[in-house]
Write a protein that binds this ligand. Sequence first.
Ligand SMILES: C[S@@+](CC[C@H](N)C(=O)[O-])C[C@H]1O[C@@H](n2cnc3c(N)ncnc32)[C@H](O)[C@@H]1O
Length: 280
Amino acid sequence: MARVYTAHWKDYELIDAGNNQKLERWGNVITIRPERNAYFKPVLSPKEWESRAHFRFNEISRTKGDWEQINGDKSKDWQIECRELTFNLKLTQFKHLGIFPEQKTNWDFIAAHLKPGDKFLNLFGYTGGASIAAKAVGADVYHCDSVKQINAWAKENMESSNLSDIRWVHDDALKFAQRELKRGNRYAGIIMDPPAFGLGAKKERWKIENKFHELLEVTNSLLEKDGFLIANTYSPRLNSKRIKEITSAIVHNKKVEITTLAIKTTTGKILEYGDLTRIS
Ligand SMILES: C[S@@+](CC[C@H](N)C(=O)[O-])C[C@H]1O[C@@H](n2cnc3c(N)ncnc32)[C@H](O)[C@@H]1O
């Protein structure tokens, strides 16, 4: 399948990947953390990884762990720039640092396709990369996430980027989208980045392979005539063939591109991050 690559930028580089780990530079901080898509051999030796990195994430369970400082004396929170926006990074126990760098290609797409005053919706918005990229070009932005502390982190990123007036929605993404549809609100652009395993409005557990159809149906109906929709999905059980079947049933008279999102390491490896569907 065709790939869409996110390129490195001044403050982010995927240096190397392999042995189920990745070596990344965030500004002047280098980290080692688990990456199950890096099932191949790395280019650099383990010794080289160890000597370059400041922090290493040691897994305690499949989702949680601790950061160990292995070189230098760096703070566990710092800032990086991306598209002249400022992101506050923190070493979390969930191995994330507060941005998914592979998403930058979507932030570029959003900034290129929105005009001042356009309405933009970020569902499962996390720390707001897409929201602040849209706000920076003057869009009217709605950011929805069901975790209060995550919305607070996104607000911090908005403020550090000298932006204001994003509309923060603390709600279940599907429930909010359904309500917006009923209210007759429409959007020039929507991005959704649902987790592979989610919790619904009544805290019920769902899997993206069973929820994607419903999410796509509502978000597609929320689009203005020339609006675009971006969907990121990370589940092997929702493969491109299945995404194609679902989009063909729902989307008419629009271009649908289903690709694999990827980043090339500085050492020449290709790391894939899941499926990227763009409807425009
Ligand atoms: C994979 S992250 C999104 C990453 C984001 N696209 C980025 O690159 O910055 C998924 C987010 O969805 C949120 N989330 C999970 N279940 C949700 C639900 N039912 N409704 C709204 N948000 C939800 C989580 O709190 C998390 O912030």
